[in-house]
Design a protein. Structure first.
Length: 567
């Protein structure tokens, strides 16, 4: 018995020593201003570990990565061991502040707890990080304030068919035009977490934003577009090395909430067309795995799957707690006798596969993500009709070295496509289509508090973005060009091939500026948006033969400030 106790003591001593001295870590929150982009550029230059896929964010660091890049990031995030208590680490986290301004209509996405807003809104966050042996705590609450002014939204002067088409997507989602009738003030747990660490594995409770997939501007499953949600997570803290290659992964269970707001700013429309929320919350189960083959060290392959359903429909069985392990073919479910109750349970599934390939010698990366929102009946259905209920992202980044040391021209672009494919001709009568990405009949939108968890550009919208910048370390000067086709699935459902109506398109030009001053980092964006056929409205001079859509010029600006307390 004494020998057994001695062996256990030695194992525990090794475990505590190992985690305390080797694996001190801290995480870079998902889409952290300036720092995440810098880290990704450094990887393309070969100055940051190529084991990290950027498919699973927050990105976590430990003592195994001693590159100069990780030390720069750690300067902003990590503390030092307490004197005479080497197992204890404590740090005051940087102050992160974001201020945004929209002049005439909401624009912009990927801003966490902030909402689609007209007027001024601001966000501030700070806190502390502490680590004792295998227990890690990050307390980083968020405060936000939004003016939330009224603006010209969807009109009530359309025919009933058009209004019903608009509410089809509003009733199968949760994306209100305006979040209430007045200003919004909110204090929230934010990027906080408490975790137990065991080597490369971490289990904990968190309200942090997570990002799945290789995208830089959007992601099909999870991004930082919505407020983070409470979730229990089992995940890797760093790429796990095996003889097959490196693996990263996360399994989570979470709670999602609806906004509770009416979608339109016009009460009469909501009264006649809106299907109200019942007040229940939605259970979420998800899994994401990334594989980096040992024989193709620069390639990353990803797989993600999520299920959500209202809690009242969930049974207390393993399959309902972990539907992510369910088979992919509806035919198999029906053969197992589940056909009667399956659709009535209201489960909403999303699946995506992705790749990212980096070429450090060329300072280049290319990536893509393809997702489906619905089961196929069988493999034949999947092979013959792969575009059903799909969305995709494709992007790249290239750094062009300049004669000045550490200076580059950065060119990066991304295409996000959510609009239903030509499959709508074969599957549905006419052009009406059906559910679009992030919507569902019973589970409603894949959202949290009224904002999409993945793509933030709008339901059924397509967006193309290209950025050209001059960068040096953390500093950047550049421009961004963007084209946004708004709510395309609604447009074709409502107007079909009507030549009198044209899609609502936003074209924008933005100016970018990042600068580091010792402990302070500033980042700004000024974007001018020209809307054509805004809200699908026609100008007063428009005629049937020569339709002239309403045009709107608006401004979107954002300003980020990061201040670190450590030297």
């Amino acid at each position: 018995m004494s020998k057994i106790k001695k062996h256990i003591s030695l194992v525990l001593t090794f475990f505590f020593f190992h985690t305390s001295y080797v694996l001190f870590a801290q995480s870079l929150n998902a889409d952290y201003p300036v720092l995440e982009q810098y880290l990704r550029r450094q990887q393309l230059q070969g100055d940051f570990s190529q084991r990290y896929s950027f498919n699973l964010r927050p990105i976590r660091f430990d003592g195994r990565d001693s590159s100069n890049t990780s030390e720069i990031i750690s300067t902003y995030l990590s503390g030092e061991p307490i004197p005479k208590r080497p197992n204890l680490r404590f740090a005051i986290l940087p102050v992160v502040s974001t201020t945004e301004l929209n002049s005439k209509r909401p624009y912009g996405w990927g801003n966490k707890v902030l909402t689609p807003n007209v007027g001024l809104q601001t966000y501030i966050s700070t806190g502390f990080y502490a680590r004792f042996h295998f227990l890690e705590i990050q307390f980083q609450p968020e405060y936000s304030y939004s003016q939330n002014k009224p603006y010209q939204g969807f009109s009530d002067n359309f025919p009933r068919k058009v209004i019903s088409s608009r509410y089809f997507y509003w009733n199968n989602g949760d994306n209100p035009e305006r979040f209430g009738d007045g200003s919004i003030s909110r204090f929230w747990w934010g990027q906080s977490s408490i975790s137990i660490l065991a080597g490369p594995i971490q289990i904990g409770l968190s309200t942090q934003n997570i990002w799945w997939g290789p995208g830089q501007f959007n992601s099909l499953i999870f991004s930082d577009n919505a407020e983070g949600f409470p979730h229990l997570s089992l995940n890797t803290r760093r790429p796990v090395k095996t003889f097959l290659g490196n693996f990263e992964g996360q399994v989570l269970m979470g709670r999602l909430e609806n906004s509770g707001f009416f979608p339109s700013q016009i009460d009469s429309l909501n009264k006649n067309f809106f299907r109200k929320f019942d007040g229940d919350w939605r259970y979420l189960n998800g899994i994401s795995i990334t594989y980096n083959p040992s024989f193709l060290k620069n390639l990353f392959l990803g797989f993600s799957r999520t299920f959500q359903q209202y809690n009242k429909y969930r049974e207390k069985t393993f399959n309902d707690y972990f539907p992510i392990f369910e088979v992919f073919q509806k035919k198999t479910l029906f053969e197992n006798g589940n056909s009667v109750n399956y659709d009535g349970k209201g489960q909403d599934q999303q699946v995506s596969i992705s790749f990212r390939y980096i070429i450090p010698k060329a300072n280049f990366e290319v990536y893509g993500e393809f997702g489906r929102r619905d089961h196929s009946y069988d493999w034949r259905d999947f092979i013959l009709n792969p575009e059903h209920a799909r969305a995709y992202i494709f992007g790249f980044q290239k750094l062009i070295k300049l004669p000045v040391p550490d200076e580059f021209i950065q060119v990066r672009g991304e295409v996000t496509h959510q609009q239903e494919s030509i499959n709508r001709y074969a599957r549905y009568p006419g052009l009406i289509g059906n559910q679009t990405w992030h919507t569902h009949g019973l589970a409603r939108g894949f959202v949290n508090y009224g904002q999409s968890l993945g793509v933030g550009a709008g339901v059924g919208s397509n967006v193309q973005t290209i950025e050209i910048s001059k960068v040096r370390n953390l500093n950047k000067r550049g421009i961004v060009l963007e084209r946004l086709a708004n709510n395309q699935d609604f447009f074709y459902r409502a107007f079909g091939q009507n030549p009198e109506k044209k899609p609502w398109i936003d074209l924008s030009l933005g100016f970018l500026w990042d600068e580091k001053f010792d402990r302070l980092i500033l980042s700004g964006k000024a974007q001018f948006i020209k809307s054509y056929n805004y809200q699908w409205q026609s100008d007063g001079l428009s005629t049937e033969d020569y339709p002239n859509g309403q045009k709107l010029l608006s401004f979107y600006g954002s300003f980020n400030l990061i201040y670190r307390f450590s030297k």
